[in-house]
Design a protein around this ligand. Sequence first.
Ligand SMILES: [Ca+2]
Length: 590
Amino acid sequence: MSMCSSHGPQGRARHSVRAASFVNQTRRARSDAPYLVHGLKDDSGNIMRTISLSCLAAFAALCATGAMGDRHMAAAATPPAPTRIGPALGSQLGSVVLRIDFEDSAERAKWSQTPRTRWVNEGHGGGTALRVEAPATEKSPTAMVSRALDLTAYRGMQLHFTCKAKAEKVTQPPEPYNGVKFMLHFKSPSLGPRWCNVSQVHGTFDWKELSFVAAISDDAEDGELDLGLQNSTGTVWFDDIAGVVARGAPPRRPAPMANAPPPFKGHELPRLRGVMSPNTFRDEDLRVLGVEWRANLIRWQITRNWGKPNTDLDLADYDRWIESELADLDQALAACGRYGIKAVVDLHSPPGGRYEDNSVRMFHEALYQEHFVQVWEKIARRYKGHAAVWGYDLVNEPVQGAPSPPGIADWLGAQVKAAKAIRAIDRETPIIIEADDWDSPAGFRYLMPVDVPRVIYQVHMYWPHSFTHQGVHGSRTGIAYPGVIDGRPCDREALRRYLQPVREFQLAYNAHIYCGEFSAIRWAPGAAQYLKDCIDLFERYDWDWSYHAYREWDGWSLEHGPDPKDHRPTATPTDRKGLLLDWFAKNKKP
Ligand SMILES: [Ca+2]
């Protein structure tokens, strides 16, 4: 399964590098699809699968009249007041978009055909299947069939598609999004063409399930399902295609309260401005950051195996690793105290890690979710009352993917479980909640406030990805900001629009926002202007922020110049470093 993309001729997943260390570069995929939805929640953050439609209608009416908003605002007037998880809209959750088993001739007639595709009596568990063959003699072997799919009723939602497939000698394709192809394609006038598809599927295998998630844009049109082989030879069979609503339409936001009181920030300073941490503690790094650069914030990443799926499965090994990381953090926090820096404890690598599709395993498997809560109990016991800790950042860049199974909390519910467990131990330290879809601004459209005291909400900003991550893993370079990016003008106003879901959330719930990561790769033309425009918006909106990253992978380094091959810090400060240091000069120290 993979997320939607606006990139590549056939739905290339976006990849980027943020190194786990200077020598160990790792990769990630990130979706910038700005359309994600969330399921219904109860107060424990569990998906409410049985909520009645009348309840939803009543909630919608409350939202419409602003009554819900007033209640939120009344609660927010005496910080630290709990905000609540209300039931989000999304009555279509789990409803069926389509089911196709190819047994019906009328359904088969909806599919295009090519000389290389055939209806065969070799289906999954018997019956009819689609067989696609691309002979080894072919130079650029591709055989695809398609069927129209009207997406109008699903605009703004997230759909989960599955099919059964088996394959024989499908050769490894040149790109991960080639090979066995199971894809939804649609057009979006505002975003351009979108491709959502499985990736990395090739070889020989018996019947198994393939799946992907598709975020349907608000203006999606000309939807089309595609099956086949692309740039691979071999044979593949498809059967039993299904699509369900994984998340309904985004919730409506209550109107902002007039004369809202200051939101809960968890600190007394005018602003926290700083950086993402190196991966290893070195006292000198923190001295330079705090004393020379005047930063007052560091987001300390507890990270390993970044970009590698199916890691962190051995919990005994995970616990040993966490212990060594916390020993490192003990030293880092002591140094933060010396150098006037507040720290965010960022659990970058949760127990269970991620699946191949980048969705976080603990949103789907109870064992890892329970361990996640236990890890946070351990961290809370260890750092309760620590003066240098600004907040507990529960999970870095959640990706939900498929809906959580019954009884297992999803991306937000899992955070609520951990937050409540922390609150039983530590009533004071702020807790930082992240949004789905890599904590993107788009993910904020579907975020709801949580019923936990002293909470802050975090966003990450890397849009447009093709600009900020250019040249990473061979992606196209020379993309300048401001300018036409992904076929559209991109400037400060475009960034403002992209951040708007976060701003709306902030105003609707009187929430404090923290931009925990933002960056542009050091060779991106106009990187300093991009960072300036981002920071200007954060400052205008009263958001705290931390730049990605300080003395981590040198692609993100403020101390290195625009030549990707030059791994030495520059003799004269870069324009990006100058910009950041000008902002840090305004900092008040804790
Ligand atoms: Ca069939």
